[in-house]
Design a protein around this ligand. Structure first.
Ligand code: SAH
Length: 258
């Protein structure tokens, strides 16, 4: 039966795809993967006779054409994106393009994946949401060829001093840090950068808003890196209420009830 699955492949380690994503790649007649970031090792889950396309070499129309032709033959497409497809995945334009071509929603399914900002937290062994430090995560990027909406400029987002996970921006590290400072983050705010989280050559680089740009230039990092800016990276915090012996939760009574 004709089906297209948009699958999040996870951040790099081929074992970080979901069981469902792996199974569906194994069922597909055609696999289209985003070769610029998806680990080609996930192709080992594909059938030997599957047709494989690397979308890094294709434009939107070419991708849609392969997807539509496969669906018209009654076959299965696995469209594999890096991390989770809902974040900078360019998945919407594909789904809308398919809808315009008459493909029904029942034919499409999205399988979530482990986003790189979460793989980055794992690499850092860091919780992003510490009580009384930050309870909010801002997922964003610097302005590039894709302009930022007027109310989402980095310096505006920085005013909250929440934990920020900044995608697609390490090449502009100087601009990013100066905009964050302009927004009100103190220069000694800790910054951690994880390069290629979960890949064999993963690297962790640490500094502050004032120092990190120089460190990154020395290290020569220009791509595939997550910038995390947050006071959670070095701070004292209160213990979480979830496991606090004084508090009652849905699953256990605390001393407040006794
Ligand atoms: N949909 C993807 C993001 C695609 S945009 C996701 O959910 O992760 C590409 C950006 O993601 C890169 O510029 C980088 O900032 C980040 N990224 C992707 N893989 C990464 C990895 N393994 N380690 C660190 N950052 C990564």
């Amino acid at each position: 039966m004709a089906k297209i699955y948009f699958i999040g492949a996870g951040p790099g380690d081929p074992e970080l795809i979901t069981i469902k994503g792996q199974r569906l790649i194994g069922e597909a007649d055609v696999v289209i993967y985003a070769g610029s970031l998806v680990n080609p090792e996930i192709l080992k889950y594909a059938r030997k006779d599957a047709a494989i396309y690397n979308s890094a070499m294709m434009n939107l129309d070419e991708v849609l054409q392969v997807e539509l032709e496969t669906l018209k033959k009654g076959q299965v497409v696995a469209r594999v994106h890096t991390g989770d497809p809902a974040i900078y995945g360019a998945i919407q334009e594909q789904m809308d393009g398919l809808r315009k071509a008459g493909i029904k929603d029942e034919v499409m399914e999205v399988i979530p994946g482990v986003s790189s900002f979460l793989a980055t937290a794992a690499a850092l062994k860091q919780e992003y949401t510490l009580p009384n430090v930050s309870q909010t995560i801002i997922v964003t990027r610097m302005e590039g060829r894709t302009p930022m909406p007027a109310k989402e400029k980095l310096y505006m987002l920085a005013q909250h001093q929440a934990t920020m996970c900044i995608f697609l921006s390490v090449q502009g590290i100087d601009v990013v840090m100066s905009q964050l400072k302009e927004g009100g983050y103190p220069g000694d705010t800790p910054v951690a950068i994880v390069v290629r989280a979960t890949w064999p050559d993963q690297r962790i680089i640490r500094g502050t808003i004032d120092t990190i740009a120089e460190i990154i230039h020395k290290e020569g990092v220009v791509r595939q890196a997550m910038i995390v800016v947050s006071h959670v990276l070095n701070s004292d915090y209160e213990l979480s209420k979830l496991y606090d012996s004084q508090f009652t939760t849905m699953f256990r009574d605390g001393t407040d009830k006794k």
